[in-house]
Write a new protein. Structure first.
Length: 95
């Protein structure tokens, strides 16, 4: 399931216009948004963070690159979240 950031490239949509149209939000639908900020997956993400023992306050002060590195250091455990989030995304797109 490509994020809107990628899909918009093929129809010459400008980067700022590639918003998360699935959920009517005003954030660019990129990989970072999908993994770490999209409200649609907040329950699944919180469960994952609890399992990984990631403190949300400490995590929130990291920059985007450090946040991605932190979750990728736990890629095996994080993969459960990815699978759950992708399945949810698939259901929303193909309903």
């Amino acid at each position: 399931m490509p994020v809107h950031l990628e899909m918009g490239r093929y129809v010459n949509e400008q980067m700022p216009d590639r918003l998360g149209t699935l959920y009517n939000n005003q954030e660019v639908d990129d990989e970072y948004h999908f993994l770490l900020t999209c409200n649609k997956y907040s329950v699944e993400r919180d469960n994952c963070f609890n399992e990984l023992h990631i403190n949300r306050v400490d995590f929130s002060i990291l920059d985007k690159t450090e946040q991605l590195i932190t979750i990728m250091d736990n890629v095996h455990r994080f993969s459960n979240y990815l699978q759950t989030a992708f399945n949810k995304r698939r259901k929303i797109i193909y309903q």
